[in-house]
Design a protein around this ligand. Structure first.
Ligand SMILES: [Zn+2]
Length: 442
C-alpha cells in the first residue's frame, strides 16, 4: 500500500500556537480593514460601536467589535435585497451562493467569491484528510446538492484524490444500492440518518457491518457525533468509525472536524477566530468550560462574518492533540435554543440522549415532551424497549429514571414504548415536543 503524507498542509496544521496566533492577528487586521472599507453594514456598525480596525492590537481586541447573528444576517438581507449589505465585494465577484432553509421563511444566503470558494474547498480537503480519507478511498457524498453549502464539499473530497460518488440526498434504498454496487469506504450523513440507514439495511435483510464496505462515517448537523454513546452505537451497527464534523452554512460547509484520534473537532483556525463566551454575560469562559461559540472569519471576502454568535454551546481546548495538529479542538454540546429550563435546571436534549443511548435495553430512539402542570414545567421522556429485552417496563423505567437523575438532576416521567413506535428521522430529528403555552413572544 502506498505511503501517504500525514497532513494535508503540515505547516499550517502543526504550526506552534504562538505563531498561529500571530498569523491570526495578521489575518484579522486585514479582514477587519477590508470589511470596514467595503461593507456598508459593517462600516455603520463599527462606527456605532466606536470600534475602528486600527484599534485592534491583540486578538482579545476583537471584543471591542459588535456581534452579528442569524437575525442580523436575515434582517440585512430583507433591508437590502438580494444579498444584503454585509457583502464586501461587488456581485460580479460572487461565484457561488448557498441558502439555508430558515424555518421562519426567509432563507439566508451565503455568498462566496472565487477565492473564498477555493479556500473553502481546500479547508474541506484538509478536514477529510485529517479524518483519514486517502486516494485509495471511495467516498459517497450523500448530502443535499440543492442550495445546501455541504453539497460542494464533495469537491474538497475529490481534492484528496479519493474516488467520489456524487449521490446527494436520494431514497435510502437507492443509497444502499450504491453502497452495495460501488463499495464505497466512506460516507457523510447526519447521525440520525446513519442510524436509520443501518436499520433499513437490516430490514432489507443484510448486515451493514458485514455486507457493506463503509469503514468511516462522517456525521454532522446534530450533536450525536460528539456523544460517545450515540457514536458507539452507530459504530457498532456499521462496524465503522464515526467522525464528527461541524458546519455553519454562513461560513463553510464544514468549519471543524475530528482527526483520526476522534477526540474533539479541530477548528480550521487559519480561517476562523474562536471565542467561547458565557451566553448570559458575554464574557469569555475559562478554557474547558461550556459557552457559546462565536466565530470571526479571517479570510472570507464576499461576506465576512465578524463575531458571529452561532448559538452552539461548546467546550474548547488548546491542549496538544496526539495527532500533532495544533489547532484548537471543540466539542459541541447542543444549541442554546435547544436548552430546556425545567424548574430552574438547564437540560440539554443531548444529555438525555447520552443516557438513553447508553442503555442496552433501549433501541436508542427517544422523544422529549415538555409540558406545564400546575404552573410547573415538566417533561416526559419516551423511549423504546428492544423487543428481545426481558426486563419489565416498570423496572426499566426506574432504571432510566435513576440514570437521568444522577446525570441531569431531574426525574422526568418515563414512557416505555414498543420497538418501532417512534418515527425514524430521515434528516434532522425532532426530539423535543414543547406543549407549553408561550408566555412571552421571542
Ligand atoms: Zn488531532
Amino acid at each position: 500500500m502506498a505511503e501517504w503524507k500525514k497532513y494535508w498542509d503540515e505547516e499550517i496544521e502543526t504550526m506552534p500556537r504562538k505563531s498561529l496566533e500571530a498569523l491570526q492577528l495578521r489575518l484579522l487586521k486585514d479582514e477587519l480593514d477590508f470589511t470596514y472599507q467595503n461593507s456598508l453594514f459593517y462600516q455603520t456598525s463599527f462606527q456605532e460601536a466606536g470600534a475602528m480596525p486600527d484599534s485592534l492590537k491583540t486578538l482579545e481586541d476583537i471584543r471591542k467589535f459588535p456581534y452579528t447573528n442569524k437575525k442580523v444576517e436575515r434582517d440585512r438581507q430583507v433591508a437590502v435585497p438580494d444579498l444584503g449589505d454585509m457583502i464586501a465585494v461587488p456581485e460580479e465577484e460572487i461565484v457561488y451562493v448557498s441558502a439555508s432553509s430558515g424555518s421562519t421563511g426567509v432563507p439566508t444566503l451565503s455568498p462566496f467569491s472565487a477565492q473564498d470558494f477555493k479556500e473553502f474547498q481546500d479547508a474541506q480537503a484538509r478536514l477529510f484528510w485529517a479524518m483519514g480519507m486517502r486516494p485509495c478511498d471511495r467516498y459517497v457524498h450523500a448530502l443535499n446538492f440543492t442550495l445546501f453549502v455541504g453539497g460542494p464539499d464533495v469537491i474538497g473530497a475529490q481534492k484528496t484524490g479519493a474516488l467520489c460518488i456524487w449521490a446527494g440526498t436520494i431514497p435510502s434504498e437507492r443509497l444502499l444500492f450504491i453502497m452495495k454496487e460501488f463499495k464505497p469506504t466512506i460516507t457523510w450523513t447526519t447521525p440520525s440518518y446513519a442510524w436509520f440507514l443501518g436499520e433499513t439495511a437490516q430490514k432489507e435483510g443484510f448486515d451493514p457491518a458485514k455486507d457493506l464496505s463503509i469503514n468511516k462515517i462522517i456525521v454532522a448537523g446534530e450533536p450525536g457525533g460528539s456523544i460517545a454513546s450515540t457514536r458507539n452505537a452507530i459504530e457498532k451497527l456499521w462496524d465503522a468509525k464515526v467522525y464528527d464534523f461541524y458546519g455553519l452554512s454562513d461560513i463553510f460547509g464544514a468549519n471543524a472536524g475530528v482527526c483520526e484520534e476522534q477526540n474533539g473537532l479541530h477548528l480550521t483556525e487559519d480561517h476562523h477566530l474562536l471565542e467561547v463566551l458565557d451566553p448570559g454575560t458575554l464574557e469569555p469562559v475559562p478554557e474547558g468550560q461550556k459557552g457559546e461559540m462565536v466565530l470571526t472569519t479571517l479570510k472570507k471576502k464576499a461576506r465576512p462574518m465578524i463575531r458571529f454568535r452561532t448559538g452552539d454551546i461548546v467546550t474548547a481546548t488548546t491542549e496538544p492533540c496526539v495527532c500533532g495538529r495544533t489547532h484548537v479542538r471543540i466539542n459541541i454540546h447542543g444549541r442554546i435554543d435547544d436548552m430546556l429550563i425545567i424548574t430552574g435546571v438547564n437540560v440539554f436534549p443531548s444529555d438525555i440522549e447520552r443516557v438513553v443511548r447508553g442503555m442496552d435495553e433501549l433501541t436508542g430512539e427517544y422523544q422529549i415532551v415538555v409540558y406545564r402542570e400546575k404552573h410547573l414545567d415538566k417533561f416526559d421522556v419516551e423511549v423504546e424497549k428492544k423487543t428481545e429485552t426481558e426486563i419489565s417496563d416498570e423496572n426499566l423505567s426506574d432504571k432510566l429514571k435513576n440514570n437521568l437523575k444522577s446525570r441531569l438532576g431531574v426525574r422526568p416521567r418515563i414512557k416505555i414504548l414498543p420497538d418501532g413506535t417512534l418515527e425514524r428521522a430521515t434528516h434532522k430529528a425532532t426530539r423535543v415536543i414543547d406543549k407549553r403555552e408561550k408566555v412571552w413572544a421571542e
